[in-house]
Design a protein around this ligand. Structure first.
Ligand code: NI
Length: 146
């Protein structure tokens, strides 16, 4: 495993739409392992592939309840609304209040290509929305309300 460089503020890669991940091989597993290590080293709760320079649709999340890996995630259902403080490892030291759903259900694949479904409330719902936004070139700052 290796710690990858996190792409920072201003890099145009953060604004690109990522491509679907079609292969579920050792290369993907290695990148996901690296992303997990990089996320923990940076003390973050989530990291998306474009943040390490990969324009692919996958991300990792750990809000303190264990790691969640999502390949080709799609938000299936949302419920309620929350307004909370949010930041991003690509924008160190910056924070803003965003409006997000209180609860989301995401369908995705795991590193083996198996279909999975994840439901999260509160912080996990925010992290799911935040990381999936990254895959479409959307930054939390686009959603800051104050
Ligand atoms: Ni982020």
């Amino acid at each position: 495993m290796a710690i990858r460089n996190i792409v920072k503020n201003g890099d145009e890669i953060l604004r690109k739409v990522c491509r679907t991940q079609m292969t579920f091989d050792d290369k993907l597993a290695t990148i996901l392992d690296d992303m997990i290590e990089t996320m923990y080293a940076a003390d973050g709760v989530g990291l998306a592939a474009p943040q390490i320079g990969m324009l692919r649709r996958y991300c990792v999340i750990d809000i303190g309840e264990g790691v969640i890996e999502l390949v080709n995630p799609v938000i299936e259902e949302t419920e309620g609304v929350q307004e909370e403080t949010e930041g991003c490892l690509s924008y160190p030291g910056e924070y803003g209040i965003t409006r997000r759903p209180m609860k989301v259900t995401v369908r995705a694949q795991n590193r083996k290509g198996e279909n999975i479904r994840v439901t999260g409330e509160g912080l996990l719902a925010r992290a799911l929305c935040h990381e999936i936004d990254h895959l479409d070139g959307v930054i939390y700052k686009d959603r800051v309300i104050k």
